[in-house]
Write a protein that binds this ligand. Structure first.
Ligand code: SF4
Ligand code: SF4
Length: 323
């Protein structure tokens, strides 16, 4: 039987099929120096799952063989994986654009102080979560003291050249997601607020603000259940379904790779252990971009989180960015 999202697509005479594979989004593991309340990965300092060096080599082989132009590295805190620098420098030497989902505070862990210089040398695009420009809201979601350390980290990144409007090679993007069970506001409006307040209050600059809808999975789902908001939140996502977002969904252009080398349609499907629809391609060992770009995408009810309102993806809202 079809899930509710697939039924919704059918009702709108839509199909969710891949278009190309222009991004390999790799999850280096669940180990993180933080343990944020909304974390869809359920990451934290006590987790053990880590991508092995052998799997990291397979990632580089796939990038080489299939000439994939973009490597998007996430975790946990991906920098804590011993293969992190190998992956970045190997990809850069192949001419691949590298994005790192960087939690800012990890640069203050012993041995990681030189991360800003490493990022700048390799022209890594940085995407960092900052729930709000005020300490209270940020610490409520990401932990006590995270806001102060995030500001310090952003200043370090600005010092090495990140976030300047005239330097596209050192891009620094922030990510906003709501602190409660509601949908995010319009990206353009809140980006203007963030830019003004971050500069006026703290002298910090950045390039874009990506607005992301919280997915009802893992820790955020736990919060929804504890607060009695699950049914209402799910209903709100379904009500806000926007058929115009479907053509821009990120799963149409990327493949997500788990810490153990298994392949998924996106990071959310990875967390929910929803495999690709093609049983012949389960891991990096079987990677075949020609076949993957013709696949039908596996969906679930969580997909309503990507199609609500202006849409949501790892690169922010969908319809606002693609008008
Ligand atoms: S920093 Fe990111 S990966 Fe780490 S716990 Fe927070 S949301 Fe999860
Ligand atoms: S959750 Fe994943 S598969 Fe579902 S619509 Fe979003 S990106 Fe696509």
């Amino acid at each position: 039987m079809q899930n509710a999202f697939a039924q919704h697509l059918a009702k709108h005479e839509l199909r969710l099929e891949a278009q190309q594979v222009d991004t390999l989004q790799i999850n280096l593991g669940k180990v993180c120096n933080q343990a944020c309340k909304h974390c869809h990965v359920d990451a934290g300092p006590n987790r053990k799952e880590m991508m092995s060096q052998e799997t990291a080599v397979e990632v580089v082989n796939v990038l080489t063989k299939w000439a994939i132009p973009h490597l998007d590295i996430t975790g946990g805190a991906p920098e804590l994986n011993p293969s992190f620098r190998y992956l970045v420098t190997s990809a850069v030497s192949l001419g691949v654009k590298v994005t790192v989902r960087h939690n800012l505070t990890v640069m203050f862990e012993p041995g990681f102080e030189s991360l800003p210089e490493f990022f700048a040398r390799n022209q890594v695009e940085i995407v960092s979560s900052l729930p709000y420009f005020i300490a209270e809201q940020t610490d409520a979601q990401r932990g006590s003291g995270v806001f102060e350390r995030s500001l310090k980290a952003l200043k370090r990144l600005n010092e090495v050249g990140y976030g300047q409007a005239d330097n596209e090679h050192l891009a620094l993007h922030l990510v906003y997601n709501p602190v409660g069970a509601f949908l995010p506001p319009a990206q353009a409006a809140i980006e203007a607020d963030f830019k003004r307040e971050m500069f006026n209050r703290y002298g910090i600059v950045f390039n874009r603000l990506y607005v992301i809808t919280n997915m009802p999975i893992n820790r955020f789902l736990g919060y929804l259940r504890r607060s009695g908001n699950e049914a209402r939140y799910r209903h709100r996502l379904v009500e806000a379904f926007n058929p115009n977002t479907v053509q821009y969904l990120m799963c149409r252009n990327l493949i997500s790779v788990g810490w153990d080398g298994r392949l998924y349609d996106c990071d959310f499907n990875q967390m929910l252990d929803i495999p690709l629809n093609d049983p012949a391609i389960t891991s990096l060992k079987h990677f075949n971009a020609e076949r993957l770009k013709r696949r039908e995408i596996a969906t679930g009810d969580h997909c309503f989180g990507c199609t609500a309102g202006s849409g949501s993806s790892c690169g922010g809202t969908l319809t606002d960015n693609n008008k």
